[in-house]
Unconditional design. Structure first.
Length: 52
């Protein structure tokens, strides 16, 4: 299987990357705030939610 997209088109849609501290690693500056994903059964959860 081969891709028809060029490298230029792929890089145009790619997320920018930043160097991570003093390492040679480069990461995207995107995060996922997942604190509430655990639901209301956790001791520090949000409890029941009214989604109406």
């Amino acid at each position: 299987m081969s891709l028809t997209h060029t490298d230029a088109a792929a890089s145009k849609n790619a997320l920018p990357k930043r160097r991570l501290g003093r390492t040679d690693m480069h990461i995207t500056p995107v995060g996922l705030g997942a604190w509430a994903i655990g639901g209301g059964d956790w001791a520090v959860g949000w409890g029941s939610q009214d989604d109406t």
